[in-house]
Design a protein. Structure first.
Length: 333
């Protein structure tokens, strides 16, 4: 698994890798200038060549090239190209999202519908791959509840994102979201929230004041439990990954849109609205049903089809439990 460490890239890669692999190594790249500026079109940082000590794409000692590399992020494209060439085609390469470098960068390329890249090796789905598998949700439903059962009311999960390059939570946005959540609580909802590193402190503090449970980054992340134990979800639209994970639960998903945003995000939200899986957040629980959406198995099937004659990958993409992963990279000084 090859990324530059961004959580928004690592989680989809882990979701795909866990669906097909018996063992996963997580590696991160940190190309220097000027090579980082030239990605995805430019050459590999010479320091990262696979024959260099500490290279993030050096084959594991005694094992040779990996059977599969799942990658995301424009900075890793030169590394992925080198693995594909140096392995002589032995390694199956998978790239998630459009790196603006075309579909020839990997054997399989996945893009969401709102990206424009298309090609014979390109898989297109409405939402991103992720780790929210049915077996994990089922296990989390049986885990200790996040809010004591004596507190009566429908459980509503609140997934808070934050500021990005393309959208900002203005004071008006924060007031509008908090007012809606306050109305939910007044109507009897039990609010279980999680914040991200990007969540504005003012928003996190306001939600902490009204939520029955808020994960603020300390201790184990109860994200899966929050998704599994919620009868409905409120999700901020700044993260298409979070929205995609929410609609994998089958619970009603109400989306709050902060100011700004990209055209791609608008197309993404319009598509999920068209499919009937999300609705705007209006300060109340929306009651409706839909079939959960999960693109991860589709990508896993494509990988397995490509690997069918090589006998190198786990044959059951629907295996109950994902493979263990470990982080093995990091330059040794």
């Amino acid at each position: 698994m090859l990324t530059d460490g961004k959580a928004g890239d690592e989680q989809p890669c882990l979701g795909v890798a866990e669906a097909v692999a018996d063992r996963i190594e997580r590696r991160r790249v940190h190309p220097r200038a000027p090579w980082v500026w030239l990605a995805p079109w430019g050459p590999l940082d010479p320091r990262d060549a696979p024959d260099r000590y500490g290279s993030p794409i050096a084959p594991a000692a005694g094992e040779g090239w990996p059977d599969l590399v799942v990658a995301a992020g424009r900075r890793v494209v030169p590394h992925l190209r080198r693995v594909k060439a140096a392995s002589g085609g032995k390694t199956i390469t998978v790239f998630l999202r459009d790196a603006r470098a075309g579909c020839g960068i990997a054997d399989i390329v996945w893009v969401p519908e709102h990206d424009r890249l298309r090609g014979p090796n390109v898989i297109v789905t409405p939402t991103s791959p992720h780790r929210i598998r049915p077996v994990r949700l089922a296990a989390a439903r049986g885990a200790p509840p996040l809010v004591d059962p004596s507190v009566v009311g429908p459980r509503v999960g609140v997934l808070l994102g934050g500021d990005t390059r393309h959208s900002r939570f203005t004071d008006e946005d924060i007031d509008r979201l908090v007012a809606g959540l306050t109305r939910l609580k007044a109507d009897g909802a039990v609010l279980m929230a999680t914040a991200s590193r990007r969540t504005p402190p003012r928003l996190a503090a306001a939600v902490e004041g009204i939520a029955h449970h808020l994960w603020n980054g300390t201790g184990d992340n109860p994200y899966i439990s929050l998704l599994a134990q919620s009868e409905a979800l409120v999700v901020t639209a700044d993260s298409t990954n979070m929205v995609g994970e929410a609609v994998a639960t089958g619970a009603p998903v109400m989306v709050f849109e902060p100011s700004g945003g990209r055209r791609k995000t608008r197309v993404f939200l319009d598509r999920l609205t068209e499919l009937g899986v999300i609705r705007p957040f209006r300060g109340r629980i929306e009651r409706y049903a839909y079939d959960p959406i999960d693109s991860t198995p589709e990508i896993a099937r494509a990988i397995e089809a490509l690997a069918a004659t090589r006998h190198i990958l786990r044959s059951d993409a629907a295996a109950e439990w994902p493979a263990p992963s470990r982080e093995t990279n990091g330059r040794t000084k």
